[in-house]
Write a protein that binds this ligand. Structure first.
Ligand SMILES: [Mg+2]
Length: 401
């Protein structure tokens, strides 16, 4: 088999629906113009996140099989790297030779790669190659990986946003009623909001814990918006709520800081969604920075690299709970003995009330079979390959030049 063509389609974030704005700690919160701490700066996140979106990679072959891969965030950069560099390396090659092609793409992009957009571009291409492998074998990719290890996939509900305390409480209860036994909230504040912000952060956790009782797992995400000192103090303060993990307390390059927080915190610390390749994740593991590793298959180097990261993580006794719950992640989780659950984004009830036509979140709109959780579990992903059948109407609607 031979690769005959590769194309990249950029997709607008409009396919994600509207950005909902509320106080939320992020890596940018230390700057007033990028924070919405007072609730008076509704476009705060748009200002630095925009114009992000998705990019769909399609690899055509002479066997009449097309592989689909997906990247996001650095949409334009990924499309450019695919068009200008990766296409030259892989068109004419055998798409089944994933190991060799990965290494060629990695080595050729070292001058501008290693972390960031180039690895995201390689990730999307690698996913398309796995999709081809599954389609050629007429099997779901999790079977090619030796799975499934379980017949359904546990997941946690990850859309617990602190819009306001009543909505938060109602949303948490809703998740329990829907059968979820694990959920993740977002913290609102970082160091710049001082002692009052700490109090508010605690109130978010307290509200959810009081609503759901003792039997439900609760995680919290700081989206890189804290400092080491703040994280140590905040996590101590949260000890009584028995949290499942606290996620991304500081920026990913502060590995020493991660290790210091992990040492001091009474609950597990997670990270890795902004880390790249086996070498980046190896560093997090060897320096004992995290209890739970959260690589993103669309970012870390694709499925080929995620499998390597999984091997290293399991040898450290660190489970992988991947960032975001796309179909490629579900295939991985279904075939790994080291990955206990998936992230899942239910559409929040308060959001549905505002946007009645909204039935999916994030990039789901451009795919035919987005993951669906029922009773807290997701069924094994449908179809051959990486379950990547595109919703062509949606893709046409949201594609951008
Ligand atoms: Mg996160």
């Amino acid at each position: 088999m031979e690769i005959t063509d590769i194309s990249a389609t950029k997709v607008s974030t409009e396919s994600w629906g509207e950005f909902v704005e509320f106080p939320l700690v992020t890596v940018m919160s230390k700057y007033d113009e990028y924070t919405n701490a007072e609730g008076d700066n509704p476009q705060a996140r748009r200002k630095w996140m925009g114009p992000v979106g998705d990019v769909v990679i399609e690899i055509e072959t002479d066997a009449d099989i097309t592989g689909i891969g997906h990247g996001n965030w650095a949409t334009g950069a990924i499309a450019t790297i695919v068009d200008e560099t990766l296409s030259k390396l892989i068109v004419g090659e055998d798409p089944r030779e994933r190991e060799k092609l990965w290494d060629i793409m990695y080595r050729a992009t070292i001058p501008f790669g290693r972390k960031g957009a180039a690895i995201e571009a390689i990730s999307a291409v690698d996913l398309a190659l796995w999709d081809i492998a599954g389609k050629e074998a007429d099997k779901p990719v999790y079977e090619l990986l030796g799975g499934p290890v379980e017949n359904e996939i546990d997941c946690y509900a990850s859309n617990l946003h602190p819009v306001d305390f009543d909505k938060l409480e109602r949303e948490a209860l809703e998740y329990v009623n829907e059968g979820f036994d694990a959920m993740k909230l977002r913290f609102q504040y970082g160091p710049e909001a001082g002692r009052q912000g700490m109090k508010e952060n605690e109130k978010v956790v307290e509200t959810v814990r009081d609503a759901v009782g003792d039997d439900i797992k609760i995680a919290g995400d700081a989206y890189m918006g804290w400092t080491v000192r703040y994280a140590k103090k905040m996590t101590r303060r949260l000890e009584r709520y028995d949290m499942e993990w606290v996620e991304e307390p500081v920026i990913p390059d502060d590995i020493d800081g991660y290790a210091e927080i992990r040492e001091a915190a009474p609950m597990p610390i997670s990270g890795g969604e902004h880390e790249f390749t086996r070498w980046g994740h190896k560093e997090l593991l060897e320096r004992e920075a995290v209890d739970i590793l959260q690589p993103d298959v669309h970012r870390c180097g694709g499925l080929t690299e995620l499998l390597r990261i999984d091997s290293i993580a399991s040898s450290h006794g660190v489970p992988i709970i991947p960032h975001s719950g796309t179909n490629p992640h579900l295939h991985f989780i279904a075939a790994s003995t080291n990955s206990p659950m998936a992230e899942y984004f239910p559409v929040p009830r308060w959001y549905k009330e505002q946007q009645e036509d909204k039935e999916s979140t994030y990039s789901d709109a451009i795919y035919e079979h987005p993951p669906v959780a029922e009773n807290g579990v997701i069924q094994l992903p449908e179809g051959v390959g990486l379950s990547s059948a595109l919703n062509r109407n949606a893709l046409d609607t949201y594609a951008i030049e």
